[in-house]
Write a protein that binds this ligand. Structure first.
Ligand code: GLU
Length: 489
């Protein structure tokens, strides 16, 4: 394995929030930099002016930090090769544009959008791949002057050499060959002077001294254009690694239909960044040996290697993510989990901001009891409802019939007496009371546990009954027994 320090980059377009696929690309780049002792750069590719927003840029940056993916150079942190937004780099592109024009490797094209579209239509009807026909390739100065007089503003197109094989040596996909005749002269600068992604990316990767370009497979089709530009400009071609798409469980490209597709959606449901990182790392990569699946970022930094990134598409298995997140929820320091859960308590209207401080100890108990059963923290809203809603709601027929069993009033009365005898419900009491009741009433098993559970919570299943007793406390337990007895009449 190559252990030379590598310089890699993540170059999101701020046209939307951080996608799961983008986050994985960022992670693989980050890990490759760490593993090789190299460096990781983040820059913003805002060449798509109409769709780029400041808000997207901010959310992408925030979510990368949230995941724990930090960079050595680039947007926010600065560095020697700035600025780190494409549109602020126009002055740096200009000499290369001039060079290409002077050497005849690029030319001004005066075709309007409509004309180009018209050409494409004809090609499609002739079953040809749509590409620019080369109409403006060899304009005379007079023709140019005529177009200018008509008020047309030109784009600049790259002159794609004919009959050339373009070889992309891809670290994940192996050698991929393209035919230059299928490419067509492509635009590198728009009529308003704005650089086009395929051009800007080459200049940026060159000036920023990127050694390996790791990105999503959807960019593989752009790569021959970029390779042609590297060659035309006399730049060394970096290594490429195109990571496979992420598919939904039905094996179609992951989209909204498959659930949440963006990091911020997982963040706001109460997924832990450590779990997302762990899960993403295994989407298309696997460690060399062993069945182990739980890895911290620090561990991944040591064991990640690009040569174990697979060519096969990765399937996004939400059940696995939920399982993994559950593992992290149970392992994390309780205070951290409580802190992350508080917004959900507030959102559900269970507590106020103020109460999140004054009733902290009580919240810790709830979270501690519930975390055994949670896949993501938003679920605390469901688990904790029983502590905040004092009215009896029987969740289903099973609950109703359990409560209606003949022995229940007698059982509840015995329970009531015992609770009244103690000053408070502590762990010892909560743990011991069921044995006592069993001895005294002869009721056991489901008839004992489930009936009391239903009387207190309206539910047949849920977190440990011992925990429920302790969390409710003496007063609420008594009130709920009263309520259940009154319900039974
Ligand atoms: N800006 C591109 C994107 O967000 C990335 C291009 C690249 O990595 O070369 O998809």
């Amino acid at each position: 394995m190559n252990t030379k320090p590598e310089k890699v980059r993540f170059a999101p377009s701020p046209t939307g929030y951080l996608h799961i696929g983008g986050a994985r690309t960022a992670l693989f780049n980050y890990l490759h930099a760490k593993k090789t002792g190299g460096s990781f750069l983040v820059r913003i590719e805002d060449t798509d002016l109409a769709r780029s927003t400041k808000e997207s840029e901010e959310v992408i940056i925030r979510d990368l930090h949230w995941l724990g993916i930090h960079w050595d150079e680039g947007i926010e942190v600065g560095g020697q090769h700035g600025p780190y937004r494409s549109m602020e780099r126009k002055h740096l592109y200009q000499p290369f544009i001039d060079q290409l024009i002077q050497e005849g490797k690029a030319y001004y094209c005066y075709c309007t959008e409509e004309e180009v579209e018209e050409q494409r239509k004809i090609q499609r009807t002739n079953n040809e791949l749509p590409h620019y026909t080369g109409k403006c390739r060899n304009l005379t100065p007079e023709q140019k002057a005529q177009y200018e007089k008509e008020g047309r503003t030109p784009v600049i197109r790259f002159r794609v050499p004919e009959d050339q094989k373009i070889l992309v040596k891809d670290l994940v996909r192996g050698d991929v060959e393209f035919d230059s005749n299928g490419v067509g002269d492509f635009v590198i600068v728009k009529s308003d002077g704005a650089p086009v992604y395929n051009f800007a990316v080459v200049i940026d990767d060159y000036l920023m001294e990127i050694t390996t370009v790791i990105r999503g497979e959807e960019h593989l089709s752009n790569t021959p254009r970029q390779v042609l530009l590297y060659e035309a400009l006399g730049f060394p071609v970096p290594k490429f690694a195109h990571v496979s798409l992420i598919l939904g469980e039905d094996r179609s490209k992951m989209s909204k239909r498959h659930g949440s597709t963006h990091v911020d959606q997982y963040r706001s449901k109460g997924y832990l960044p450590e779990a997302i990182v762990n899960f993403l790392a295994l989407l298309g990569w696997s460690p060399e040996e062993g069945e182990e699946e739980i890895f911290t970022l620090a561990e991944l930094e040591k064991i990640f290697t690009l040569d174990r990134v697979t060519k096969n598409p990765a399937v996004f298995d939400i059940k696995k993510l939920n399982w993994m997140n559950g593992q992290y929820i149970r392992k994390a320091p309780i205070d951290e989990i409580v802190e992350m859960s508080i917004p959900f308590f507030i959102e559900a209207g269970y507590i106020t901001e103020e109460e999140s401080k004054t009733r902290r100890e009580w919240l810790v108990k709830i979270v501690e009891a519930a975390r055994e059963r949670m896949e993501y923290l938003e679920q605390i809203k469901d688990h904790a409802r029983i502590f905040f809603d004092d009215t009896l709601h029987l969740e289903n027929e099973e609950a109703e019939s359990m409560l209606r069993l003949d022995h229940v009033p007698m059982l509840l009365q015995a329970f009531q007496e015992k609770v009244e005898e103690v000053e408070a419900i502590d762990t010892d009491f909560a743990k011991g009371i069921f044995k006592v009741l069993q001895k005294q009433t002869g009721v056991r098993g489901k008839n004992l546990f489930m009936c009391i559970r239903v009387a207190l919570t309206g539910q047949c299943h849920g977190m440990e009954l011992v925990d429920i007793l302790e969390i409710l406390g003496k007063e609420k337990v008594l009130a709920r027994i009263d309520q259940a007895l009154a319900y039974l009449g």
